[in-house]
Design a protein. Structure first.
Length: 94
């Protein structure tokens, strides 16, 4: 039994300050992958961390992987056709 009140888990590979650095570097360039963030961290601190560690730290910082929704850009022709349809059907009721 530990008298200090600490749990018996594995020691974290990064400090809270390094965690903030990881989250900040991911926020500055949102297009970077977790592996690229891990490589940047290695270059900055000289400490090797895994891609999974980066993902866990980013989740801890409130960042999750998302795919951006791809929209079809509307042309001027689309806009005019849509506006025309709206004007023709503005007095429709259920």
């Amino acid at each position: 039994m530990c008298s200090s009140g600490q749990g018996g888990g594995r020691i974290r590979s990064t400090t809270p300050a390094e965690d903030r650095y990881i989250v900040l570097s991911a926020k500055t360039n949102k297009r970077t992958t977790a592996q690229q963030v891990a490589n940047q961290f290695l270059a900055a601190s000289g400490k090797q961390i895994s891609r999974k560690t980066v993902v866990r730290r980013l989740r801890g910082g409130g960042l999750y992987a998302r795919r951006p929704v791809v929209y079809v850009p509307l042309t001027r022709q689309h806009h005019t056709a849509r506006l025309q349809w709206c004007r023709e059907h503005h007095n429709w009721t259920e």
